[in-house]
Design a protein around this ligand. Structure first.
Ligand code: SF4
Ligand code: FES
Length: 232
């Protein structure tokens, strides 16, 4: 089959504004959008810029807007889109070129929630053990691959550059509810600020978009509850 592909392109070194470029691509229904983009780059226009690495939904580097929804290009099959495909860069982050956005603002917010284990107690002889129940508490939020799909699907994030965004809140959840960590109070204080969890208006865009199926809105609600209880 042939698909018609429209890509929003922009090279800040020569374009005054973004424009749509059109391509006809021979493809198989079971090809992924990433294969289609590779075909364009390798056969039609080598100047197309995109990020990807694993091609198997693990690294999170090929997040983009596909037919109006935030997706990973390596996880979307052509057969599920039909014969017209539009591809745009993620919203809310500066475009470096074509489908490549500047992830630094995203990672700056991630770093704000201290996404690492804090425990100054003397280390045990072997490892810091967790029960299966304790591990289950953070099972969902440990699945995050930092693709930025959730944060860049969030209208609060688009409208308020201060908001930490869903991905940073998911990272905070993963450590706050980790039985081995000792910095929950410090993180909850960060999340209680104006840029934190209460900026979330439960729109659910993040949960709908997450390629890992993480229940993000539920995790954010758990954080809000923990903030309130920490101040009771
Ligand atoms: Fe991506 Fe989901 Fe992690 Fe958000 S929570 S960064 S959508 S994997
Ligand atoms: Fe790694 Fe798609 S290329 S997730």
């Amino acid at each position: 089959m042939k698909v018609h592909v429209r890509i929003k392109r922009f090279n800040p070194e020569k374009d005054r504004r973004p424009y749509w470029a059109d391509y006809e691509v021979p493809t198989d229904p079971f090809d992924r959008v990433l294969d289609v983009l590779h075909y364009i780059k390798w056969n039609l226009d080598g100047t197309l810029a995109l990020r990807r690495s694993c091609a198997h939904g693990i690294c999170g580097s090929d997040a983009m807007l596909i037919n109006g929804r935030n997706r990973l290009a390596c996880k979307v099959l052509v057969k599920d889109l039909g014969d017209r495909i539009t591809v745009e860069p993620l919203r809310g982050l500066p475009v470096i070129k074509d489908l490549v956005v500047d992830m630094e603002p995203f990672f700056a917010k991630y770093r704000q929630v201290m996404p690492w284990l804090v425990n100054d107690e003397p280390p045990p002889a072997r490892e810091r053990l967790q029960s299966p129940e304790e591990r289950a508490r953070i099972d969902d939020t440990t699945k995050c691959i930092l693709c930025a799909v959730c944060t860049t699907a969030c209208p609060i994030f688009w409208g308020n550059g201060e908001f930490l965004g869903p991905a940073a809140l998911v990272a905070a959840h993963r450590f706050i509810f980790d039985s081995r960590d000792r910095a929950a109070a410090e993180r909850l204080a960060i999340l209680a600020e104006r840029s934190g969890a209460f900026k979330c208006r439960t729109v659910f865009n993040c949960t709908d978009a997450c390629p890992q199926g993480i229940e993000i809105t539920k995790a954010i609600q758990e954080l809000k509850r923990a903030i309130v209880l920490s101040r009771a």
